[in-house]
Ligand binder design. Structure first.
Ligand code: NAL
Length: 331
């Protein structure tokens, strides 16, 4: 796979393609960053962007992970002390998940976001941004129903962090795209470059295939799930025996979360998949890529129950090191 294909593999969107192509010409030493509000335990959304970071490390990028303690505070996620404490645990869980520690710089937001120069730059961005734009940028990030002033400041700090961390490529889930577009539009007003962005897809709600999977509503996969819990969650997941013939945008907005997890988690990390079946049902099935597995589900060669059984096992392998780390953190 060439560098551009590896960088953009499984991306829902890159802004812009030309900018990413120019990064791909010489990725060595380029910096990609992602930010996370510290929370107690990683969930499948964190793991999805982490998969992309691991691929970018393979492509030669240096990775910066911002543990966004001040952002979590502004978003109403707890007292500052509580949030600071979870940031350390989250860093250890990312390393257990497979982020190469020697190639990853973990930064706490509060290390630089309270400096005088940063604060003045932030106020400059506040002057350039109207409230409704800031609110719209937060629609899919904000906790609570009514936006606070703190939540209007939040996306401007996120924009400014891209400058202060000196990154070449900003990574985030699709829910971050409006913050990144705001950053592209407003950063030039303080003399900074518009950031190049890559957005990972959202996985559909596990039980319905409608909307996005979320740890705050519905069923989500978490790094602390036991093998048994994973099996139960996956067994109950929405997995029609064929793909939606007309993907999103056509009024039939159901996606297949089981296939999505194979595509965005299992194949990127394992490269191939073996679905174990007793001889009497045709024996094991082996897949070297996502498309061939999806095609077999479509044709009926692969039964949803067998696909789910395999998925639960691979997910278990993915979360096991982090689950062990969480157990240690609590003892
Ligand atoms: C991501 C978040 C917070 C601050 C950031 C700063 C720079 C780059 C990425 C950042 C967290 C993210 C979330 N908004 O919703 O988890």
């Amino acid at each position: 796979m060439d560098a551009y294909d590896l960088i953009t593999r499984n991306a829902a969107e890159v802004v812009t393609e030309d900018e990413v192509r120019s990064l791909a010409e010489d990725p060595d030493g380029k910096r990609a960053y992602v930010g996370y509000e510290p929370s107690g335990v990683l969930h499948i959304g964190h793991m999805l962007t982490a998969n992309k970071l691991i691929e970018l490390q393979e492509a030669g990028f240096e990775i910066v992970v911002l543990l966004a303690d001040v952002h979590a505070y502004l978003n109403g996620k707890g007292t500052f002390e509580e949030i600071r404490e979870t940031a350390d645990r989250m860093r250890e869980q990312f390393v257990a998940y497979g982020l190469e520690e020697s190639d990853t710089e973990f930064v706490l937001g509060s290390e630089f976001q309270l400096d005088e120069e940063y604060t003045l730059d932030l106020h400059a961005l506040e002057l350039e941004t109207n409230l409704s734009r800031a609110e719209r940028a937060m629609a899919e990030i904000q906790s609570g129903d009514t936006a606070t002033v703190a939540q209007a400041v939040y996306p401007l700090m996120q924009a400014l962090d891209i400058v202060y961390l000196d990154v070449d490529l900003a990574i985030g889930g699709m829910e971050q795209r409006k913050v990144h577009m705001l950053a592209r539009d407003t950063l030039p007003s303080i003399g900074a470059d518009a950031p190049t962005c890559l957005h990972t897809p959202l996985i559909a709600d596990l039980s319905t295939g409608v909307g996005k999977m979320s740890s705050s509503a519905g069923v989500s996969i978490s790094m602390e799930d036991s093998e048994e819990e994973l099996r139960e969650k996956v067994n109950k997941a929405y997995c029609p025996p064929s793909r939606d013939p007309e993907p999103d945008g056509d009024g039939n907005d159901r996606d297949n979360p089981v296939l999505q997890i194979f595509e965005y988690h299992v194949f990127p990390r394992f490269g191939e998949v073996v679905v174990e079946r007793p001889e009497q049902y045709g024996g094991d099935l082996e897949y070297g890529d996502y498309e061939s597995l999806a095609a077999d589900l479509d044709s009926g060669e692969l039964h949803p129950a067998d696909a789910k059984g395999a998925l639960a096992e691979y997910l278990n392998e993915l979360v096991a090191p982090g689950r062990e780390k969480i157990r240690q953190q609590r003892s």
